[in-house]
Design a protein. Structure first.
Length: 350
C-alpha cells in the first residue's frame, strides 16, 4: 500500500500478467501480417522462377524450331544446271529426305559433292550462295547433291537436334551418292551442316574428304555464346535449365551430341577448315583447335581476318575458290584442267 495515497501499488506479477494479455491481443494480427508478407514474397519468388524457366523453354523451343523460307528456285532456273528431283531415306530409316541430284557433264564421273546446309536454311541457303557453290563443283566435274535436313523440310518438318538426327540424314545423302555410282564423296558443310559432317565422319567410312565453312558444333560454349548475342542470361543456371528442357522439346540432350569426341578427333580423311575471325555464332578458336588436331598431311585451315559467319565466300570469292581448288587438287579429286574450268567466271565475284 502507498502510505500517501492509501492505494496499493501493483505487484510485479500483476504487471507481467497485463503485458502477456497485451501480447496475446496483438500477436494474432501481427502473425497474420507476417504470414501474408511471407506468402506474398514466396508468390513473387515462384513467379520470377517460373518466368525465368519459361524464358529458357521459349529459347529452347525457338532453337529447336527454326523458321526456314520455302524453296524459291531450282538449279536449272538459278544457274542453268540440269537436275533430278530425288528422295532417299535417312540412313537409320527414320524419314525420307528430299533433294536434287545434279549429274556431272561427264557421265563417267565417280566423284560427288554433298552440300550440307546450315541451321535456319534449306538446300538453297541464299547467303552462301549455295547455287554458285553447286555450279562451281559441277564445273569441277563433280556430281552434286543438294538436300533439305528434316528441320527445313517443306512437307514433313521436324525439330532441329544439333546433329543427332541430322547425322543420319546426311549419311543417307552420302549413301545415295554411293548408290548412284560415286567412288569418292566429299561433304561440303556450312555452319551446323559442317558440325553435322564432323559427327557423321565419326561413324562412317564413306566420306572421303570434307570442306567445312564456319563449322558450328553444338556444345555448351557455343550454345551459351549464341544466347548471349540476344539476351544477357547468366551462364549458370541457364545452361543447366536448357539441358533439362531440350530433351522434352526435341528429344535430344546435349550429352547426346558427341562434341567432346569431335573436339579430340584426329580424322583419317583430309579436312579443309574455313572460318572467319569475326564469326559471331561459331568462335573461330574452335575451328583452330579442330584443325590443330589433324595429322592428315592434306588437312588444313584458312582463318580469315575480319570475315563473318558463312560470308567468307561472298567476302573473298577469288581466294576462296583458289584455296578450295588447291585442296581438291592436292587430294587428287580435281585435275588441273578441271580446276581451270571451275574458276572460269569467278563465281560469286563482285
Amino acid at each position: 500500500m502507498n502510505p500517501a495515497s492509501g492505494t496499493v501499488a501493483p505487484s510485479p506479477q500483476h504487471n507481467a500478467s497485463q503485458t502477456e494479455e497485451h501480447v496475446k491481443e496483438i500477436s494474432p494480427g501481427r502473425r497474420r501480417l507476417r504470414n501474408i508478407a511471407v506468402a506474398l514474397f514466396l508468390s513473387i519468388l515462384f513467379f520470377l522462377i517460373f518466368c525465368f524457366v519459361a524464358l529458357h523453354a521459349y529459347i529452347a523451343w525457338v532453337l529447336s524450331n527454326p523458321t526456314v523460307a520455302p524453296l524459291y528456285s531450282n538449279p536449272k532456273q538459278a544457274v542453268g544446271m540440269e537436275y533430278q528431283d530425288v528422295t532417299f531415306p535417312a540412313v537409320d530409316g527414320s524419314r525420307i529426305m528430299q533433294g536434287w541430284y545434279i549429274p556431272a557433264d561427264d557421265a563417267d564421273s565417280k566423284k560427288t559433292i554433298v552440300l550440307s546446309h546450315g541451321y535456319g536454311a534449306n538446300r538453297e541457303e541464299t547467303w552462301i550462295p549455295m547455287y554458285d557453290i553447286a555450279h562451281y563443283a559441277h564445273r569441277l566435274n563433280f556430281n552434286v547433291i543438294m538436300f533439305d535436313y528434316g528441320f527445313a523440310s517443306q512437307g514433313s518438318k521436324e525439330v532441329a537436334t544439333g546433329g543427332k538426327k541430322e547425322t543420319q540424314q546426311l549419311l543417307g545423302a552420302v549413301q545415295y551418292a554411293k548408290q548412284k555410282g560415286a567412288e569418292q564423296v566429299v561433304v561440303w558443310g556450312f555452319s551446323m551442316g559442317g558440325g553435322t559432317a564432323l559427327q557423321a565422319a565419326l561413324i562412317s567410312d564413306d566420306i572421303d574428304a570434307m570442306i567445312l565453312d564456319s563449322a558450328f558444333l553444338l556444345q555448351p560454349d557455343t550454345l551459351y555464346h549464341n544466347i548471349r548475342q540476344n539476351i544477357a542470361l547468366p551462364r549458370h543456371p541457364s545452361l543447366e535449365i536448357l539441358q533439362m528442357i531440350f530433351p522434352v522439346l526435341n528429344g535430344t540432350s546435349l550429352n547426346q551430341i558427341p562434341y567432346k569426341e569431335v573436339e579430340q578427333k584426329d580424322y583419317p580423311i583430309p579436312i579443309f577448315f574455313i572460318h572467319g575471325t569475326e564469326d559471331s555464332k561459331a568462335p573461330y578458336e574452335i575451328a583452330e583447335q579442330l584443325a590443330a588436331n589433324q595429322t592428315n598431311p592434306n588437312s588444313r585451315s584458312w582463318i580469315v581476318q575480319d570475315s563473318h559467319h558463312e560470308l567468307i565466300f561472298r567476302e573473298h570469292p577469288r581466294e576462296y575458290l583458289r584455296r578450295v581448288s588447291n585442296f581438291l587438287g592436292d587430294i587428287r579429286l580435281a585435275a588441273q584442267e578441271e580446276i581451270e574450268n571451275g574458276e572460269v567466271g569467278e563465281v560469286g565475284s563482285p
